[in-house]
Design a protein around this ligand. Sequence first.
Ligand code: SAM
Length: 239
Amino acid sequence: MKMDVLALFPEIIAPALQTGILKRIQDDGGLSVNVYNLRDWTTDKHKTVDDYPYGGGAGMILKPEPIFAAAETLNAESDAQFIFLTPQGIPLTQPMVEALSLETHLILICGRYKGVDERVREKIVTKEISIGDYVLSGGEIAALVILDAIARVLPGALGDFESAHEDSFSKDLLDHPHYTRPADYEGLKVPEVLLSGHHDNIKKWRYVEALKRTAQRRPDLLKELELTDEELAIVNKAK
Ligand code: SAM
């Protein structure tokens, strides 16, 4: 998979690409990431990327020409999805991340200031994504969120691929609690069942805890699930 990022501040993204799963999956050839500076597609000596808004008002707008020029260069094979990061986009979810991870080429466009000239969205953007209902100063961090979330679901990204499927949201439930050694920390004990070595019981305990946790913290997620009477009883007790 190939991911290109078009940004005014690539230096925000670059260090994260050299760390952890993002680095490993690139080294292994599962993902190729390039971060480009929008100024590289300007034609004036000041490398101008923004301009005043028509109609007046505060704030600057990213000019269309450098973005169109970059899009033409980066999408030479014309198979890319152009994603614009914006608080007005569809809120990012784990199913969206998994669907995006199946694409061959994503180009992420990071806005700055008041945003981009609307014609960029009309002409080349194929999907608009928000990472939450708040406003960041630029799209770079949002692009990094998408890069990281996609990288970890790509085949071979995690040593134990199963673990990605047990994370929150992957089964429409939040993750169950986790413990590591010591079994007793100043009187705070790890649940007995986890020490038992009985795999079926451990699996059941984890599922029940995930149900309870979801009922308590994100009951909205349960609305989509068809729960058995036994599961409903657990949920109702946990609320
Ligand atoms: N005027 C824009 C609006 O109200 O929709 C906000 C512009 S914001 C200050 C600058 C840039 O940050 C946006 O163009 C976008 O690329 C990025 N951004 C801000 N919040 C975001 C969010 N929640 N999700 C994704 N991108 C975001």
